[in-house]
Structure formats: structure tokens, C-alpha cells
Write a protein that binds this ligand. Sequence first.
Ligand code: ARG
Ligand code: ZN
Length: 853
Amino acid sequence: TVVRRLDYRPPDWFVPEISLDFSLDSLKTTVRAKLEVRRNGNHDRPLRLDGDGLTPESVMVDGTLLDSSGWRLEDGDLIIELPGASHVVETEVRIAPEMNTQLMGLYASGGLLCTQCEAEGFRRITFFPDRPDVLSRYSVRMEADKTRYPVLLANGDPVGAGELPDGRQWAEWHDPFPKPSYLFALVAGDLVANRDSFTTMSGRKVDLGIWVRKADLPKTDHAMTALKLSMAWDENSYGREYDLDVFNIVAVADFNFGAMENKGLNIFNSRYILADPDTATDADYDAIAGVVAHEYFHNWSGNRVTCRDWFQLSLKEGFTVFRDQSFTADQGSAAVKRIEDVRVLRAAQFPEDAGPLAHPVRPDSYMEISNFYTATVYNKGAELIRMMAVMLGGERFRKGSDLYFERHDGEAATCEDFVRAMEDGGEIDLAQFRRWYEQAGTPRVRATLSHNGTTAKLHLEQNVPPTPGQPDKLPMVLPLRVRLFGENSAAPLGDERLVLLDAAEQVVTFENVVERPVLSINRGFSTPVVVETDRSAADLAFLSAHDDDPFARYEAMQQLMVDTLVASVAGGKLDHGPVIEAVRNTLTDPALDKAFVAEAVLLPSESFVGDHMLVVDPDAIHRAREALRHDLGLMLEREWRAAYAATQANRFEYSPEAKGARRLRTVALGYIAASGADDASELAFTQFEGADNMTDRQGALTTLANGESTLRAKALEAFYERYRDNALVLDKWFTTQAISTRDDTVDQVIALSKHADFTLANPNRVRALAGAFTVNQRAFHAADGRGYAYLADTIIALDKLNPQTAAKLVPPLGRWRRFGEDRAARMRAQLQRIVDTPGLSRDVFEQASKSLA
Ligand code: ARG
Ligand code: ZN
């Protein structure tokens, strides 16, 4: 049951048209499907329609009912021998949305009915060739009880609606754009809409609707603003215009991931729609805008041009992530956005690339495609597009993307098609660059700068580490933005250069280097690699103050902090001085914007420090980091207090400046607490109680939750009482405790998993507790293995309900190679226990068995 990329064959049958007729009911929904099927080429293979858990009530071909000898079921699929080149096939099935705990296909969430079909959920609704290269025009008719489901939505444009006897009603929708089945969607429920409109660049008026439960309506304005900004941005930046008369978004409370780009009817996890100052943090607001943009941009990069097969997933996801990142960068601080994106890449993708689940951006095989919606396909995939954009420059990149959309509009395309369009439109040779799609693993670059007379030589070496199934690697093309700075003048020595490192070793020469140069390399993180240099603490501190690229400044500071922490874990000389001075300089530099300062003065996470060690010692890392935090807090206490006072706002405001101030304020509060100051808890509690927004409130709660003060319990209790009826905020309550740096976090998490408000049925709640816990390196890796056992228990229990979400929890256990023998053995034992569980899903089996290997 392994699917391989090179086994791709075009479909045997096409389905140019499909009509679906739903009689909706939460326990018994009837689905009638009418497919026009057309044989593709001269073969005699039967029609095979994918099915998952379906039994046909009836099968008709060209209007004639087949008896049971006319069709058969094979592995759940419906097989029909058909004589001619084209036929009309009709099937009827019954499904029970209420019983669907996997949240794939048609399911119930908080009283409404909704769908999720990507990647292979449509086959749980009706029999169909459920693969992305079969494109059909959809007509959808729905009928349902009018009181329970007053609103009936589907893809495309509404074409009719009316009343029926017995309190029922019907509605019909038609989508003129042929699409693969994974983009099908419907929603039925008691919803209200925030309505608005957008006029496209060619002057067409599009009706916009964001559909939610009535009580949530006041929380939809931010998402609506983001949607309109996204529509305008895609016109300006890529020349892409919206193409239907309506665009609807629906928010649902139970959802396996962030959101889904169904044509004309995006369905969202409510956490990426609902926001107001009292319940959403600035990070939530940003995530909402980013996801709304992402799903909207899919209309072109995903829907108009879709994927030929699921190995090409990064074609739409990598490109669309790059597009949403660019959008966000254009709305606010591009530097801070880049810092955040690189942090995510390093926290989620680098470990994936370094572990047993490593796979190329375009994978070669899978057991369960849901397991390949990964940081590699999404975030590293976005970095590949970004590198092409860096090498081509804005204008040629745009020519490439224009050509891509023009060539492949209405088609199911491949990653290769995208690269070729970039080559042809951008006039560049990307032959060797293609290796980025083929080779897994994060390349490592060793950079050594030497200086002699007025010449500097930069010696570069690259090495791509072996990954499962790929022992030997070829050199990649690494676009490195490089600049030198003079140590004495603190000024740049010449312009920035774009070095294309495409061999195992290369030397780059710089002339007119009249003073000792300091190397600034991989500026803006122009290529997703690990760079090793022998730059001293003094050089890094220098760059953190004088580099003209804000990302490089941040990066130098991070490197300085990591070097310091790694050295102190290794028992080396404990000198916090350079970090403290560098942080002081950044914190007191009036020219820097507050959001940037807040990012730059944050210590790297414990797991990021661990990524720099041969064997991760979670306790030692925690101690070293807490010690450095303490010293930073203590030595700069005056500065932190000044920053804290200077970021006090009178009234909540949602602007980049106000957001930056809030961010710095909470970082400063954290350092004041780390200093051990007597009044820190009081300060935090005062902020907690007085806050007029969730960012300040949760920031204060986090500080209290990490501490020992009696105010901790008081704040957690108050927070719970205030928000117990708001699921999204209650998630924060769980997460804040799961990521606490306290010694008793494992016990707390296990206790919370038995809390009345904890449920495995809601993926957000699971991620808020179990998912967040795995990010807490020290707690999750508690030496006695209780963290591992808790996670395995959760995975095994959840797998029975929701395999997809269960499988996402497995990778943290797969990192056992990075830890000492004792921990490794305990992690393996839990993976083994998972693998040995009877009736395990394919999803969890793939992740757990590969993690053991
Ligand atoms: N296409 C959706 C998005 O990125 C996500 C779908 C995830 N599907 C899955 N099976 N994990 O916007
Ligand atoms: Zn996407």
C-alpha cells in the first residue's frame, strides 16, 4: 500500500460533468450522484470509482438500473464494466455526518453540516475517481430541514432555491469552473453573514460573505478586511483577479487543520476567522490575515491551476505560502515577518529534515497522503519559490509566474511545469536548482573568510546530509546574499553580492578590502541552510549592532546567544557579557522599531539550542537558558523597566506601532520576572487584571504561569472563569499551562487531560494541550519518560476517532536519535507500543513505524 510518484498514470476515465443531489440530515444523508464519464484513450479497463466506507443503494448506467452482477466493490471502490466510450453513471449512497469523527468527508460540527475533502475525503461522500487530475463541472442540489439548516451553501454561484413540504427547503449551486473533487464543498446550518463586496480590477462586483454563528458575527470584521486586502494584493502583485460572482467563507469549530480553499466556498477553522481585542492576541490577528490570504490566493495557485497528483502538493502549497508570506510582509514590517517565518522553518522543518520522516519537497512515495501536509512541503516549498524570486528579481519572477498561469490555467500541473515556466519566462537555467525538489535534508554551508592586504577571500563548502533512502547527495544551488563590513569604520565594504554556491567548494574574492572585514552571510535568509562560520562573539555582537540588513542583525544576535548557550551547556567558560551588551545596545537603540527589538532580544528556544548539540540534554539546556535569562533580567533591569514603562498604552489600538509596543512590553515583563525582582508577580498580575486586550492579558498570564507566586493560581482561575464558554480562549488556557517552564508541568498536563473541558473530539483542544506540550522540550523529555507515555496514550486514544490529527502528534517521538540512550529507549518503547496497537490507522502506522526505523 505504498503509492509511488513514478507510478503515475493518467486517469482511465474522465468525468466532465457531475450533478450531486443531497438530502441532508445529520444521521441519515442521502447522496445521489450523476456522472458523465468518458473513456480516456483506447483501453478496456473498467470504470473504477473510489469509495471509502460507502455501500451503493443503487447503481444505474445510462438510465438502466444494474442488478448486483453489473458492479462490484473492491477495497471499498465501485467497479463497473462499461462497453462504450461515454456513459452516464448514477449512484445513491447514505451517510451519517454525525458519526463522522474523522472530520473528513461530510461531518457535523456544532449543529452545522460541512465538508472537508482534501486530500481524499470526497470518496467518503460519494463514489468518484477521487484524484486531482480528474476535473469536473459541478451542479449541486441540497435539501434540508429549514429550521435546523436555514442556510445552504456550495461551490460556485447560487442558481436557485425554494420551499418544500414538511418544513424542508432546497437550494442549487453551480460552479462553472471545472475542478478536482478535493475542492468540492457544502455547508448547511443556522448561520449569519458579514456581507461586503469587492470590485475587481476589470470592474466586476463580487459579493463577499463570512458565515458564522450569530453570536460570533461581531468578530468577523478583521477577516473581512484581510479578505479585501488579499483580493487587491493578488491583482497588484500577480495580476490575478477573482472569477466568480460570490466568495463565501464559513467558520467551523471542529477542523483538522487551518482552513480549506474550496472553490468559492472556503471553510475555516474558526480560530482563523474570529477575533476581537478581548479574545484574540495580536498573533491571532496576524494568523487570521495570513490564513485568509493563503486560502484566497489558492484560487489561482491551487484551483485555477491545480496539482496533477499529490506528489505535486508543494506546487500549490509552497507557492501559496510564499504568496501569503509576501502579502503579510507588504502589510507591515517585512523584516519582522521574515524573522517569524524563519523561526517557524527552523522550529518545524529543520527537525523534520534531520529526522526519520525527512522527505523531499516533492516526495517520492507515501502510504497516507495526509501525512505529507508537512513543513517540508509547505514551508521549505515556499523557500524554494523565494530562492527563484531572489535569483530572478521581481520583474523576471513576475514574467515567470504570468507564463505559469497562462500556460496551465484550467490544468492539473506539476512542480516541473512551474520550474519550466520560471525558466522560460524568467530566462534562467534552473537545471541544477531542480535538486531542491528531489533531495531531502538541510544543506550545511561552511564559510571561512580570510583577509590579506586589500583582498578578502570567502571560502565556501556545502554538504547535504544523508536522509532516509538518500545516502548520497549532489551539490545544490544555494543563492547566498553576502556583504562585508569594516570592523573599524562600521561601514559596508562594497555592495551586497548574490553568490550562487553550486559546487561542493567555491572561493569568492572581494577586492578593495582596506580594513579587517566582518562577514554578513545568508542575509535575509536567502537560502534555507545552516551556515557555520568561525565568527567570534565580538564579530557577532558587531553585526548585531551595525549590519544594514535587519534580518542579519537578528541572526547575528541569535548566533551569539546560541554559541553562548551551547558553550555553557558543554561546561565551557560562562561569559554572558557579550550577549548582555548586545541586548543592551539593541534595546536602547532609538532607531529600531519595537517589534524588531522584541524579536531580537528574545533568547532562542530550548529546542533550537538542542538542534545545535550532538546529544540533546534538555535539563542542562533549560538550566543554561534560565541562567542567561536571569542575568539578562538582572543586569539590564533598569532598561527592561524603562522599556516596560515606555510601552504602556492608554487604550487598545490595532496598528503596527501598537502591536510592536505590546510585544516588547510582554518580553520586558518576562525579563523583569526572570531577574527575580520581588515585585514581578505583582506587576504581571496588575497587567493581567487591567488589560483591555488579550495580548497583554495572555502575556501576563504566561509570565505568571511560569512562576511560583500564589498569584499564579489566582490568575489561571480568573482567566478560566471569564472565558470558560469561549472554546478558542479556553484553548489558550490549556496551552499556557502546557508550555510552562515550571518543574511540575508534566503532572499539570496529565491532570489537564482529565479536565472536564478537555476533549479528544475537538482538534484545536488536542493541539492546545498535547500538541503544545511536545514543544516544551524540558517537560516533554522529562527523564522518567512520563511525557512520552502521556503522548502515546493520547495518540492511541485519538487514533480511534481521528487518525489524521493523531498522526500529527507522532513526529516528536521520532526525534529519539537526538537524545541520550535512556530517553531514546523510552521514546522507542512508546513508538513500539503505538505500532503494536491493534486496529491502528494507516495514518498513525506510517508515522510511527517510519519513526522507529
Ligand atoms: N489545502 C489546505 C491549505 O493549505 C490544507 C488541507 C490540508 N489537508 C490535509 N489532508 N492535511 O490551505
Ligand atoms: Zn494551502
